[in-house]
Design a binder for this molecule. Structure first.
Ligand code: NAD
Length: 357
């Protein structure tokens, strides 16, 4: 008999073109009076636009978000939020900016309104990350889950094509792992299937025509669904490997997810026949792992870990870290299996199911 637990996240979602100029409505709906607007230095103009639209509701702009939230950057943002008397944050940007908002929320409990501009999905999760002395620590805390998320597809038309593809595959990876998560459910599977369908459908149009608003809206809707899957489930081999490759070898986040996904899926394939059937139906291919690889590289994505700066000499250490702690995965995780997976991913060989014994 089917059995599951599904817990709905306490969150509002506003979706639609033009919402970037209506953030004040959401600030008021949450009863906030003075919010600090966060962004990366690259997206400072956008943050200023949001702050201007907020008028008296804006406490100021802090455009200093960085990848992986260095602790010094978190402390500076926390101090500023206190100094300005902010009672909430508006995080306008990708996972790095949402991550900075989460660092403030973790310390002071300030509610976050996230305005995502990539497909990474951090806005849908209670997971925070902080980097100190070169080591990234992550944890789960319901107080860092944004209270409100505003998805405006117009904001994603400026996302460079290469990052659109890799960020899209980053999102697809959440959905693929959600399909076999130990805490999955029928609702999660529906969201995962919808997210994969939306992103695989929209990305080719985005590559041809990055300003196509309909395709951008479809991709962003897919990213929302995939992010919701990430927030609702426990991730397995794929995410553990990417965490190791990003955290220890400093490989770029979205690109690493794009390269690793077909290999992690091929690794698990023998243990997840029903999920493979679902993915065959969604991709129209007998070999979904190969299909994902061919699609991402066909859209200009990276095809091997070596392209991202990972070397053959890094494999031993990566195998050791990735097999150090036990975690939920549908197929047994062994050093021999992970070594084979990484060797294939290093060179961009065709994804296959390695022997795990
Ligand atoms: P990012 O936030 O680092 O953004 C990458 C670059 O793209 C930045 O310079 C940013 O300013 C720019 N950018 C973003 N949107 C843009 C747009 N629409 N137009 C032009 N430029 C734009 O990248 P990301 O992939 O969204 O986030 C990666 C980070 O998020 C990693 O640190 C990862 O660990 C974290 N993350 C956390 C979670 C979680 O649940 N905690 C989930 C996913 C990702």
């Amino acid at each position: 008999m089917i059995q599951f637990l599904y817990q709905q996240q306490p969150m509002r979602v506003q979706f639609g073109a033009g919402w970037v100029d209506r953030v004040a409505e959401e600030v008021k709906a949450l009863g906030l009076q003075k919010v600090l607007v966060l962004a990366t230095p690259q997206q400072e103009d956008l943050a200023e636009r949001v702050a201007a639209s907020l008028g008296q509701l804006s406490a100021g702009v802090h455009a200093k978000a960085e990848m992986h939230v260095p602790i010094e950057s978190a402390r500076a943002a926390r101090d500023l939020a206190v100094q300005l008397g902010a009672d909430g944050c508006v995080a306008v940007g990708g996972g790095s900016t949402t991550g900075l908002g989460k660092a403030i929320a973790l310390e002071y409990g300030l509610p976050i309104i996230a305005v995502p501009t990539t497909y990474a999905g951090s806005e849908m999760t209670p997971v925070w990350g902080l980097t100190a002395d070169g080591v990234k620590k992550t944890g789960k805390d319901s107080k860092v889950l944004p209270r409100s998320v505003i998805y405006d597809p117009e904001l994603t038309t400026t996302l460079p094509v290469s990052l659109s593809v890799t960020s899209g595959f980053n999102a697809i990876a959440h959905a693929v792992e959600g399909l076999y998560a130990p805490d999955g459910s029928p609702v999660v599977s529906l969201m995962a299937e919808g997210g994969i369908r939306d992103l695989l459908g929209a990305l080719p149009t985005i590559v041809d025509d990055p300003s196509n608003l309909e395709a951008r809206a479809q991709a962003l809707q897919g990213a929302w669904l995939c992010g919701a899957v990430l927030g609702a489930t426990t991730m397995s081999l794929h995410h553990k490997l990417c965490h190791t490759l990003g955290g220890t070898f400093n490989l770029p986040h979205a690109e690493t997810h794009t390269v690793v996904l077909p290999y992690a899926l091929a690794y698990n394939a023998p243990a997840i026949p029903a999920v493979m059937d679902t993915l065959r139906r969604l991709t129209g291919s007998d070999d979904p792992a190969k299909h994902l690889k061919d699609t991402s590289t066909g859209l200009g994505g990276p095809s091997s870990l070596s392209e991202l700066g990972f070397g053959a000499g890094d494999i031993d250490k990566a195998v050791e870290i990735a097999t150090q702690n036990a975690y939920a995965n549908p197929r047994e995780v062994t050093a021999a299996g992970i070594r084979q997976l990484l060797q294939d991913a290093l060179t961009g060989a065709a994804p296959r199911s390695p022997e795990v014994g």
